[in-house]
Design a protein around this ligand. Structure first.
Ligand code: PLP
Length: 262
């Protein structure tokens, strides 16, 4: 028998298997971590986009948390798609109830195809109630702009935005630079002890990046579940994402998924 680190995914399902809970499970599996799941929403989705979605009733979100915490020894958790203010509030209550403190918040808002994965009316709750519970928050540039409430146009803006997100209560912040159009990808990291640095790599030219954010936050959560430090977990997560993009696979007719075997 082997001991294995246990983690929790709190997110939405992607029927196409490329993003959401499915990307999270594949990532954690590849990282050698056992993943449990609270499904907050179900999307009918493929590599071409999101065709439909359904939010899970609060009673069933609560029931999933209760089942998991009655049985498993959860070392770290991540949030992904939280759908709307009602489900986000329910998730916040459960994070507090079950004292989840190694929490990675991926503030998922819009899919690359343009579908909304979080209602606008949930943004204030995300900022006021969820970010203060986060050990690490992992926004991309558009999400960081929504959270701080203004455009981020240069390196200095990114650093200031990370400070603002930290001031909202997230102990550590990584702002992902993959959404600007530079030749290199630069992610900015601000740690709790005020250490700050950029993580930089060559941009890989591909449209097969569906589920990149989910994969990063799940790899970070896996490393946290195994007991690594926040800085180690972030550096590890970034390496995992680069590899899964680099060795991309060809399935579907659109915006393809990553290679979680890589
Ligand atoms: N669908 C679900 C359920 C997700 O949770 C996410 C991201 O978190 C996405 C889609 C977005 O995927 P992408 O923007 O990488 O295409």
């Amino acid at each position: 028998m082997n001991n294995v680190a246990e983690a929790l995914i709190i997110a939405g399902s992607d029927s196409g298997g490329g993003a959401g809970v499915q990307a999270d499970i594949k990532t954690m599996q590849a990282c050698g971590v056992y993943s449990t799941n609270v499904i907050v929403a179900i999307t009918a989705q493929n590599t071409l986009g999101v065709q439909d979605s359904l939010n899970i009733p609060v009673s069933l979100i609560n029931a999933q948390f209760s089942s998991i915490f009655a049985d498993f020894n959860i070392k770290a958790a991540k949030t992904g798609m939280l759908a709307d203010r009602v489900s986000l509030t329910c998730v916040v209550e459960n994070i507090i109830k079950f004292k989840i403190n190694r929490l990675v918040v991926d503030p998922v808002m819009v899919a690359k195809g343009g579908a909304k994965l979080l209602n606008d009316d949930a943004i204030v709750t995300l900022k006021k109630q969820l970010l203060p519970l986060a050990l690490i928050t992992t926004p991309n540039l558009p999400e960081a702009q929504v959270i701080v409430g203004h455009k981020i146009s240069n390196q200095n803006d990114i650093m200031q935005a990370a400070k603002k997100i930290q001031a909202m209560g997230s102990k550590n912040v990584i702002i992902k630079g993959g959404h600007d159009d530079k030749k290199r990808v630069r992610d900015f990291v601000l740690l709790e002890n005020q250490k700050q640095f950029f993580l930089e790599s060559e941009r890989i030219e591909t449209n097969r990046t569906h589920g990149t954010g989910d994969t990063l936050s799940s790899a970070i959560t896996s490393a946290l579940a195994k007991g690594h430090s926040v800085e180690e977990a972030i550096r590890f997560g970034r390496k995992v994402v680069t590899k899964t993009i680099e060795f991309g696979i060809i399935v579907g007719h659109g915006h393809g998924p990553l290679n979680h075997w890589a």
